[in-house]
Design a protein around this ligand. Structure first.
Ligand SMILES: [Zn+2]
Length: 492
């Protein structure tokens, strides 16, 4: 169904649940390293393996990070709250319950203002609560890596117990046609905030930040909420936008055909851009939540909360206005930079020494193009702001020109090394040595006698054709300014 037809008949309601994996040194309830990877199950102990009698202890740093996230999202911070057991069986969860928070989240009633195309949408935050991650299953013997067709499964509990903060929005209404963009911008802006707080690596491609996208449609103007689906673990900004758009269209087709939406979780498929049915969504009652008896309540003092408030990064709206003024960007340039999810990248590139317009040019030109082509979020491209600043420095130092710089980008993105190494390995440095250039200039003059005559007659503008011939002979690797000077010297 065309997207416009969806909007003519239905109002979308969005909801986002984002899990943030904290970068604490140890896990949420034990002293094991909070590092996923390495030798499977090496980073475990009786507590995170759920062995009988093992007692959990809350990680103070994780509580601090949770409070700072909550404050940055304009939330109230609970004076007293508890953990709860969320009971369900899953092989990667050795206790048979996840220690989470239920009706007493540490942070609640906040908001974040999200900018989309120059308009601001207020996204209300219902809660941000603390919980622990699960282990990871590996299904062996099948062709797809999925459980179907596998011979057996292995479980790595290194990730079990790594602290997570789950941030849940209230239904986002009134976004209309902008719903997919609002969802994407919310996640992108939330990530920017998490990075500024320094509480997580926040890499979506590494699973440090994972978004579940809730969507429902209701008949236009009805003011009701329809049945929602929850698309799990969408792992890039771009996929968040695509998943919302896809689900809006899928719901609309079913509803307009007289069908009804099944409340369920769905899986997102990056390659095909569709969602497929997961499991029927459990209700809260199914989890038999009850307060965790092995942990004391968390009661952060108001003094501590105030102290943490003082550690918050600059408010995002204030920060954007400041950066725009510092960089001299037009409204349009600023909007495009934010829209591309490149604000932090541009900022870091400038901090590494690039001029603002040069930083913007590369990230929004060459690199935004690559991110679209490869279907990778711009922040996940294998190039750093320091690399980009260095490539611009090579242009400024006339080691390469703009055209060759594009090849340096290609090389860095292909993993060939640092910008300087790529220039070296690919032999990209421009030639400004008069010996090499002089010969090419002589050849160009000999091959274009008419043009040479015009220049001798004072028509200096004609030099462009000879410069072009020299560049062609030297495969673009000539210092164009020096070539011009040589041509004029020889023909004066
Ligand atoms: Zn442990």
């Amino acid at each position: 169904m065309p997207f416009d037809d969806v909007l003519a008949a239905y109002d979308p309601a969005l909801g986002l649940e984002v899990h943030v994996e904290l970068n604490t040194a140890s896990k949420m309830f034990c002293g094991c390293p909070a590092v996923f990877g390495g030798e499977p199950n090496a980073g475990t102990c009786p507590t995170c393996l759920g062995l009988p009698g093992a007692m959990p202890v809350v990680n103070g740093k994780a509580v601090e990070s949770a409070i700072r996230i909550g404050l940055a999202l304009n939330c109230d911070i609970a004076e007293w709250c508890r953990f709860a057991r969320k009971n369900y069986f899953y092989p990667d969860m050795p206790k048979n319950f996840q220690t989470s928070q239920y009706d007493e989240p540490i942070c609640f009633d906040g908001y974040m203002d999200v900018d989309v195309d120059g308009e601001t949408y207020r996204v209300e935050i219902e809660r941000a609560h603390m919980e622990e991650d699960t282990g990871k299953s590996l299904h062996v013997g099948g062709s797809t890596g999925r459980i179907h067709g596998a011979d057996h499964s292995l479980v790595d509990y290194n990730r079990a117990g790594i602290p997570l903060i789950e941030i849940v929005t209230r239904p986002i209404l009134g976004a209309g046609e902008k719903a997919p963009e609002v969802a994407k911008a919310y996640v992108a802006q939330l990530r920017e905030l998490i990075v500024a707080l320094g509480v997580s690596e926040a890499r979506m491609d590494q699973g440090n930040l994972r978004a579940d996208v809730n969507l429902s449609l209701s008949p236009k103007g009805s003011g009701t909420l329809g049945t929602r689906t929850e698309t799990k673990n969408v792992n890039s900004f771009r996929s968040v936008e695509r998943a919302v758009r896809y689900e809006m269209q899928r719901h609309a087709v079913i509803l307009s055909g007289g069908g009804s939406i099944l409340q369920e979780t769905r899986h997102w498929h990056e390659d095909t851009g569709i969602t497929t049915s997961g499991r029927e969504k459990s209700d809260a009652e199914d989890y038999r939540y009850f307060p965790e008896p092995d942990l004391v309540p968390v009661a952060p003092s108001r003094e501590w909360v105030d102290e943490l408030r003082g550690t918050l990064p600059e408010n995002p709206t204030v920060r954007r206005a400041r950066l725009q003024a510092d960089w001299g960007f037009s409204d349009m340039e600023m909007r495009d930079t934010i829209g591309a999810g490149a604000l932090g990248l541009v900022e870091e590139t400038i901090a590494e020494g690039a001029a603002p317009q040069a930083a913007r040019k590369w990230w929004l030109g060459e690199l935004a193009r690559r991110s679209n082509e490869d279907g990778v979020d711009i922040v996940d491209l294998p190039i750093t702001p320091a690399d980009v600043a260095r490539i611009q420095a090579l242009v400024d130092e006339k080691v390469v020109n703009d055209k060759l710089a594009r090849q340096v980008f290609e090389g860095v993105l292909a993993g060939e090394g640092t910008p300087d190494e790529v220039v070296e390995k690919r032999g990209l440095a421009v030639v400004s040595d008069d010996g090499a250039l002089g010969a090419a200039v002589d050849n160009a003059i000999a091959a274009n006698p008419d043009v040479a005559d015009k220049i001798r007659d004072g028509k200096v503008a004609a030099a462009g054709a000879l410069i072009g011939a020299v560049m062609k002979e030297m495969r673009g690797q000539a210092d164009a300014g020096r070539v011009r000077e040589l041509i004029l010297e020889k023909l004066s």
